[in-house]
Write a protein that binds this ligand. Structure first.
Ligand code: FES
Ligand SMILES: [Fe+2]
Length: 398
């Protein structure tokens, strides 16, 4: 019976993905609650496509590591002594302990070797040997092939300073799919920016797509953020670009009087990203890369958000705020970070009201259907095409 339901959901997705934006409709409600649909997304999207694990500044020096669970399994990003990055499984090859358990180790740091804290097996982190077993105490009385013991690795690409990883050996390379977007964002110099701070909301009670869709339109500024974002970045002034494929962009100019208020709030502690043009200095660009990455690019900072499913009706939301390196040496930088963090918390709490409220609506029985899109929700319409491509069309290929 559930399989029949999944077939119907995929049929519906195929129908929706063929509609023009002018007649575009929301996804069927069960796509946000069904366990079977979630499993399919996990296998054909999250375990088959490129996901963002962080920014290169988080593993800047040889020996640096960054823990990430973005693939839905334990992974660590490491930088070797030659400067190359690796994505390795954190599952020890002995009895499968997490070699960097969050209970006892920080999310990022520096290491010469990886040592599993359970029985102290160690793994190398250098160059072509990354992940190779270096030592396993008291294993000499049994028949054990040390040379064959190695932590599995994942594919890794750096795109625009962001660390992208992929669990599928056959997925096409990411960089060439984003060439045009890379050129569009070049002036923000993402690879040179540094992390000001990160914030995580764990276990948000909504399907990951509800959060992604919320982050992919500024239409809701006039509702959810009426008193906060909208006076500075009015949603109604947003221009959504005619994009295709797996990425989108949109631009919202600052409201003339709102900007002065924002300037006053930011004070003198922020530093502008050097070399931005008039357009970038006069508004916010939003850029998205399906399945789960959205960037908000402002004159003094770039925030990237990632939504990671943890079940059909829960996800973790990760936000990382990047600033130009000069900002860190400005007097008052700590106060700037505090104010920015507080602002992010306010915006996220406003978004969470909508995200959880939508999930409650989707979970009603019978599920609602046929919600209509405004022209400002073009990225949501585009996302349906991406999803249909991954969940339906590719599975028909031999
Ligand atoms: S599980 Fe890692 S050393 Fe035993
Ligand atoms: Fe929002």
């Amino acid at each position: 019976m559930p399989h029949r339901e999944l077939d119907l959901l995929l049929e519906d997705l195929t129908r929706l993905a063929a509609l023009p934006l002018e007649r575009g409709e929301t996804l069927p409600a069960r796509a946000y609650t069904s366990e079977d649909f979630y499993r399919l997304e996990r296998d054909r999207v999250f375990r088959a496509d490129w996901l963002c694990a962080g920014h290169v500044n988080q593993v800047a020096e040889p020996g640096d590591y960054l823990r990430t669970d973005v693939l839905g399994e334990p992974v660590v990003i490491t930088r070797d002594e030659d400067g190359s990055l690796h994505a390795l499984s954190r599952v020890c090859r002995h009895r499968f302990m997490d070699v960097l358990p969050p209970e006892t180790t920080p999310e990022q740091g520096s290491l010469k070797r990886l040592t599993c804290p359970y029985h102290t097996w160690t793994y190398r982190l250098n160059g072509e040997y990354a992940g190779q077993l270096a030592g396993a105490p008291l294993m000499n009385k049994v028949d054990f092939d040390r040379a064959a013991c190695r932590l599995p690795g994942y594919r890794l690409e750096v795109w625009n300073g962001l660390i992208m990883i992929c669990a599928d050996a056959d997925a096409p390379a990411l960089g060439p799919q984003l060439d045009e977007l890379t050129a569009k964002l070049a002036c923000y110099r993402l690879p040179d920016l540094v992390v000001a701070y990160s914030a995580v909301w764990q276990g948000v009670a909504a399907n990951w797509k509800v959060a992604l869709e919320n982050g992919s339109e500024n239409y809701h500024h006039m509702g959810s953020h009426a008193a906060t974002l909208d006076p500075v970045l009015p949603g109604r002034d947003t221009v959504v670009d005619d994009c295709d494929g797996r990425w989108f962009t949109m631009y919202t100019p600052f409201a003339a009087d709102g900007l002065q208020a924002a300037d006053g709030a930011a004070g003198t502690a922020s530093a502008l990203i050097p070399g931005l043009g008039e357009r970038e200095l006069s508004g916010m660009t939003i850029a998205g890369v399906f399945p789960h990455l959205v960037l908000a690019l402002l004159p003094d900072s770039v925030t990237f958000a990632r939504w990671i499913p943890t079940g059909p009706e829960t996800h973790d939301a990760h936000f990382t705020v990047l600033v130009p390196p000069e900002a860190r040496t400005k007097p008052g930088f700590d106060a700037y970070v505090d104010a920015s963090r507080q602002q992010l918390e306010t915006i996220q709490s406003e978004d969470t009201v909508a995200i959880r409220g939508v999930q409650r609506g989707l979970a009603t029985n019978p599920g609602p259907s046929g919600g209509r899109f405004s022209h400002l929700e073009r990225p949501l319409w585009q996302f349906q095409r991406y999803l249909a491509d991954r969940l339906v069309h590719r599975s028909r290929l031999p």
